[in-house]
Design a protein around this ligand. Structure first.
Ligand SMILES: [Zn+2]
Ligand SMILES: [Zn+2]
Length: 316
């Protein structure tokens, strides 16, 4: 018998599969986490494409998508100032034959990034809020990168990291699925998967709350320490007396990568414990200006900023 799945069944199947692999991973089979991520990334991809297919059916094909983005095509059809969804709707209401843009009988479908761009055009008619907002977009990028790493590069993770990533994604994509009226998650999930699904999103919430408390504690402690410092002393090196925080590139939490004495980098994310970011500023050993790590390089024993790099000042 032939095994055939619609895009919706296929998406739901991948979600259930991901949760099942995740459970296996949590029960000790660490390798299963890899498949939990791959299946989840597949679920996200199909969900985004299904949303496109549901509201703007022909846009799911890259031939159509590409044409509607070409300025010549746009001008010819009077859709210059419209976003891609508005343009599609205008053409559709004029009876435009999208099929004639398809080059072959098995047309390619759009990429995940294309599907993101299309879905970003939908917003709530009442509140004007985007259904696919920047948080969800970050989340999609992060699972996409992770899938890419698994498929093509070295890949390392710890179970907590996987839990947080999947939990974050579930938390962000569920409202999107609801608002776009794609599928009923309660019905979609196998009964025994329901619990895992809820645990993941609840645990994420719980962790986030704990991280916020930890962060507040750190901010309070810092202002306590700075209380006795005179304004004059603060002027000497204001950087030392400011509470410094960065967005965490690992878990995407805003402002959660903060000073931590036990970390090698001097910083640690209160949410996911990541210690690195190219945005962390250190003092240049030569001019002593605070510079993001991204712009620092090591020359002999010294760590220097771009201005102080020998290549840039030896000719002075
Ligand atoms: Zn983090
Ligand atoms: Zn310098």
């Amino acid at each position: 018998m032939e095994y055939k799945l619609t895009i919706v069944q296929n998406a739901i199947d991948s979600l259930n599969e991901s949760l099942s692999k995740f459970e296996q991973g949590q029960n000790g089979d660490i390798k299963a986490h890899k498949f939990a991520i791959l299946h989840m990334a597949h679920f996200v991809e199909l969900t985004l494409k299904y949303s496109v297919q549901k509201y703007t059916p022909h846009l799911v094909y890259s031939d159509v998508y590409r044409n509607l983005n070409k300025s010549k095509f746009k001008t010819e059809h009077g859709i210059d100032n419209l976003n891609i969804v508005e343009a599609y709707e205008k053409l559709a209401s004029n009876g435009y034959e999208f099929n004639k843009l398809l080059k072959n009988s098995r047309p390619h479908t759009i990429t995940v990034s294309d599907a993101v761009e299309i879905n970003k055009c939908h917003k709530c008619t009442k509140t004007g809020v985007l259904f696919l907002d920047s948080e969800l977009e970050d989340c999609i990028d992060s699972i996409k990168d992770l899938r890419n790493d698994i498929e093509h590069f070295d890949f390392s993770f710890n179970p907590k990291e996987v839990r947080l990533k999947l939990g974050y994604l579930i938390r962000e994509i569920t409202p999107f699925i609801d608002c776009m009226d794609l599928y009923d998650m309660d019905l979609a999930l196998n009964e025994d998967r329901q619990e895992v699904f809820e645990t993941l999103s609840d645990e994420y919430e719980q962790n986030l709350k704990e991280a916020q408390i930890l962060l507040k504690g750190k901010i309070d402690k810092h202002s306590e320490l700075c209380r006795g410092v005179s304004p004059k002393d603060r002027m000497i090196d204001s950087h030392l007396y400011e509470f410094t925080s960065y967005d965490c590139p690992e878990c995407n939490q805003k402002g959660m990568l903060v000073q931590d004495d036990e970390s090698d980098s001097g910083f640690r994310c209160v949410f996911c414990e990541n210690e690195d970011s190219l945005e962390i500023e250190y003092k240049c050993d030569r001019c002593e200006s605070w510079t993001p790590q991204f712009f620092l390089s090591t020359v002999g024993e010294m760590t220097v900023c771009e201005n102080c790099h020998p290549e840039n000042w030896m000719g002075d």
